[in-house]
Design a protein around this ligand. Structure first.
Ligand code: PLP
Length: 339
């Protein structure tokens, strides 16, 4: 049995999801005529209490469209130094939008309102870029699935209003945060201008992200999606997977979180482990002792059928997900203990 823990994107559609997909009513979505895509978009907009939503083929494209609609070339966006929008979207903010990034030196991918205020309240004359956008990531990917303190996000929201900045949330794993922190989509919808969510991470859909925002923002995003080449035709087959996931697979994220915690506890007790980062959701980041080569560790685990990845700098990552069962957990824990 292969136990693949490299990411929560490795899942395959469940039987129920596949059935929902094959039964979907579809049309040409470039003409706005796919009823299932429209249903998903309405559903997500309503869930967040926002006016409109748009289905995207990827989270990267949803984030990049958000950056594009909030900025003009030469503008500056603020994000954490570990942000996905800066590190893992191929330089898209610069390439697609001509935007320069100000990286805030946060903790596990999270910064404070005070740090942001210090960054935006500096010199403002012809020498410096226009400050235009703040991007938050919840949960943080490189930060090991950490959840923001909602009160801090509210304070940051106040700074964005004081300085007339757009406020975007990269919520690729927002549902993990909602479940872990007992929060609601509405409270995020009230706070942010735009939010992207991924259906293909913990929610287990094969493809798809959604961008939510005001009617005006989503109308602009529709044009940007077209020019990015993201207009899709009978996308309802994919949207149906997203609808199924939102209806059936949100609350079970708590299982991924408890399995991640169980893995963390065992790792803590292993003599070859140097450090385990705090585990809040479904991502486990740990370091092995200097006597063990981390790449070698990954290779030996691979020989036992267990796949994990390196995040660089000696960091190892395990991500729990829909296709990782209790049976697999038992095998993993025993392999970790006996390594
Ligand atoms: C996965 C991810 C995305 C989007 O990635 P795609 O692979 O393009 O869907 C965006 N932000 C974060 C934090 C992510 O983890």
């Amino acid at each position: 049995m292969e136990i693949n823990l490299i990411s929560d994107t490795v899942t395959k559609p469940t039987e129920g999801m596949l059935k929902a997909m094959t039964n979907a009513e579809v049309g040409d979505d470039v003409f706005g005529a796919d009823p299932t895509v429209n249903l998903l978009q309405d559903k997500v907009a309503k869930l967040f209490g926002m006016e409109a939503a748009l289905f995207f083929p990827s989270g990267t494209m949803a984030n990049q469209a958000a950056i594009k609609i909030h900025t003009q070339p030469g503008d500056r966006m603020f994000c954490d130094k570990w942000a996905h929008v800066y590190n893992y979207e191929g330089g898209g903010a610069a390439f697609n939008s001509g935007v320069t990034s100000y990286l805030i030196d946060g903790d596990r991918g999270m910064f404070t309102a005070e740090q942001l205020e210090n960054a935006v309240s500096g010199r403002a004359d012809i020498h410096v870029p226009f400050n235009r956008l703040v991007c938050i990531e919840n949960t943080t990917n490189k930060g090991g699935g950490a959840c923001w303190d909602f009160e801090e996000l509210v304070k940051i929201g106040k700074v964005t209003r004081d300085y007339n900045l757009a406020y975007h949330l990269d919520g690729a794993r927002l549902f993990n945060a909602l479940v872990a922190q007992n929060e609601t989509p509405q409270q995020y919808g009230e706070l942010f201008d735009t939010i992207s969510i991924c259906l293909s991470k913990g929610l287990g859909a094969p493809v798809g992200s959604v961008l939510v925002g005001s009617k005006e923002h989503i109308e602009k995003a529709l044009r940007v999606r077209k020019l990015f080449g993201g207009g899709m035709r009978q996308a309802g087959f994919l949207a149906a997977a997203g609808i199924y996931a939102l209806d059936n697979l949100v609350n079970r994220l708590a299982d991924d979180h408890s399995r991640a915690k169980a893995i963390g506890e065992v790792l803590e007790s292993c003599s070859y482990v140097k450090k385990v980062e705090p585990i809040e959701t479904n991502i486990v980041i740990f370091y092995v002792n200097d006597t063990i080569d981390s790449i070698d560790f990954i290779e030996k685990m691979k020989q036992k059928g267990i796949l994990l990845i390196s995040m660089g700098e000696g960091k190892l990552r395990i991500v729990t997900h829909l296709d990782f069962t209790d049976e697999m957990l038992t095998i993993l824990l025993s392999e970790l203990k006996s390594f």
